[in-house]
Design a protein around this ligand. Structure first.
Ligand SMILES: [Cu+2]
Length: 257
């Protein structure tokens, strides 16, 4: 056999092998089945009725006039009711929940009135609805009992004043060509209100490009304010962006610690 024939045989073998490979590949590679995007059916489980009335509640702190009942089981449809403690016993009612069907519920919030700052001695009690779906007490919506005992739990709710974010106000004056003060130091996370006043004779502004904040360009004698918070500590340059003013000295530093 001469060399030409060998080459021919090898070429034919290659064609058969490669061709066969692709033929079989095409046959056995079934396309991925298209998945139907059907959402899993939402399971809405009806709340099973409770067989007895139980209250589980812990002492708690709040900034709002709200009491959270960790868990409550209503044997009969009723209301979660909060009483003030008077002489160590349940006194006047300071709040009630909406009507609950029989069942067990967790983290039931009850809006209340008359919480004093500091400790409040309260009682959590279940009152049974008389059938009209409207809370009435004194009236027909009487406290729930297990046996002969009223279901009631004492609790202490400590109310603290809400945290009021104070805004730090800073006044900055601009003239030809400087800022006063030229350096400002604040704390990270502080809410800032910078009021820029143009004490010069020509227009100026106050910009911090790195923070994306800045006042309008204002005329002599005018003021403009910006409010912002810087969460990352660092050093930021403030300047007047009117052409030529920064290089002449209208520049300063905001240091965030
Ligand atoms: Cu300027």
């Amino acid at each position: 056999m001469c060399g030409h024939n060998w080459i021919g045989v090898i070429v034919i073998i290659l064609i058969v092998v490669i061709g066969g490979y692709f033929l079989l590949k095409g046959r056995y590679e079934t396309p991925a089945p298209t998945q139907e995007l059907t959402p899993a059916p939402l399971e809405i489980k009806p709340i099973p009725p409770a067989t007895q009335t139980v209250i589980t509640v812990q002492d708690q702190e709040t900034v709002e006039d709200q009491v959270i009942i960790q868990e409550v089981s209503f044997k009969d449809a009723g209301y979660m009711v909060i009483h003030l403690s008077q002489d160590g016993k349940p006194g006047s009612v300071i709040g009630n929940s909406a009507l609950f069907a029989s069942g067990t519920y967790t983290n039931v919030g009850v809006e209340v009135s008359e919480l004093q700052e500091g400790e409040n001695s309260l009682f959590a009690m279940v009152h049974i609805d008389d059938g009209d779906g409207v809370y009435e007490f004194p009236g027909d919506d009487v406290p729930a009992k297990e046996g002969d005992t009223i279901v009631v739990k004492p609790l202490t709710v400590t109310k603290s004043a809400g945290v009021v974010m104070e805004v730090r106000e800073i006044m900055v004056s601009g003239t030809e060509f400087s800022f006063n003060p030229a350096s400002i130091t604040v704390s990270a996370g502080e809410q800032l209100k910078i009021t820029f006043r143009n004490d010069g004779n020509v227009i100026h502004n106050f910009k911090i490009t790195e923070l994306g904040v800045g006042t309008n360009t204002i005329a002599s004698g005018k003021t403009d304010s910006i409010e912002f918070t810087v969460s990352a500590s660092g050093t930021y340059t403030f300047f007047c962006s009117v052409p030529g003013h920064q290089v002449k000295g209208m520049e300063g530093t905001l240091t965030v610690q």
